[in-house]
Ligand binder design. Structure first.
Ligand code: KIV
Length: 273
């Protein structure tokens, strides 16, 4: 049986190695990230903000995602690539979700990421049953920014924390390979991480997750999306850290990010909620 790059990475995570993940949207940054030792290149639908200049991820299409996934995979053929399924590509119909996930896989993704629990659990299960590795994205889910009333921490009430646990366990039962938590209190992410047999990845979810992800532009201090629209009033979220400050090159900054994640130096408790 052929062991995939993703299986090898998941195995290293079960042995306690932290996963260092960054968003990536093109071949040249994919090369730099591969050289820096980034474990997973996430072709995030945050490309709506950082590549397209939009205010959110709500207009990103499958065509956009396939295009960027192909470029990232071409730049880093020996690194795991995760691709976001954009809004509208997976929520309505399982068969359509599978066709879209397969298109992302053909473009070079090893694993796809879906936002939400609840009804999305069955979609995840369907994709996994058809051979598509899936990462569940829980907590703050950017595709629901309107319904959630803005960029707000999730799981910060007893009921909210319990629901996160229910969703995470249901996603694991559905067969997902990883669970990503965005903007969740650190103690909640820690509690759920300890209960799950698969690695968790955090962004604004504290130091206890099995890995970390940041948006590339945040790591390099480049402001986009809401930040670019109102730079004078913008305050970066507390989990953001500019690794370029103090580094002499982008390569060095990304290597510093990977080392900080691997050695448990980033994030610190002060980066969490
Ligand atoms: O699209 C993206 O960049 C993401 C991260 C915020 C995890 O999903």
């Amino acid at each position: 049986m052929r062991i995939s790059m993703l299986d090898t990475l998941l195995h290293r995570a079960t042995l306690g190695e932290k996963i260092a993940m960054l968003t990536c949207y093109d071949a040249s940054f994919a090369k730099v990230m591969a050289l820096a030792g980034v474990d997973i290149l996430l072709v995030g639908d945050s490309l709506g903000m950082v590549m397209q200049g939009a205010a959110n991820t709500l207009h990103v299409t499958m065509t956009d995602m396939v295009y960027h996934t192909r470029m990232v995979a071409a730049g880093a053929p020996n690194t795991v690539v995760m691709a976001d399924m954009p809004i509208g590509s997976y929520e309505h119909d399982h068969v359509e979700a599978l066709a879209n996930a397969q298109a992302l896989r053909q473009a070079g993704a090893h694993i796809v990421k879906l936002e939400g629990g609840g009804a999305i659990v069955h979609t995840a299960q369907y994709l996994v049953a058809h051979g598509i590795p899936v990462c569940a994205h829980l907590g703050f889910t950017p595709q629901s920014v309107v319904q959630l009333g803005g960029y707000k921490i999730q799981g910060n009430t007893d009921a909210g924390a319990k629901q996160l646990m229910v969703d995470a366990l249901a996603m694991v039962d559905a067969g997902v390979s990883m669970v990503l938590f965005e903007m969740v209190p650190s103690h909640v992410a820690q509690h759920i991480t300890q209960a799950l047999p698969v690695p968790t990845i955090g962004i604004g979810a504290g130091p206890a997750c099995g890995g970390q992800v940041l948006v590339l532009q945040d790591v390099l201090g480049i402001y986009s999306g809401p930040a670019a629209q109102a730079p004078e009033t913008y305050k970066a979220p507390r989990f953001v850290h500019n690794f370029l400050a103090g580094a002499s090159s982008i390569q060095q900054a990304l290597t510093a990010y990977v080392q900080a994640v691997k050695q448990g130096q980033y994030p610190t408790p002060s980066h969490g909620y």
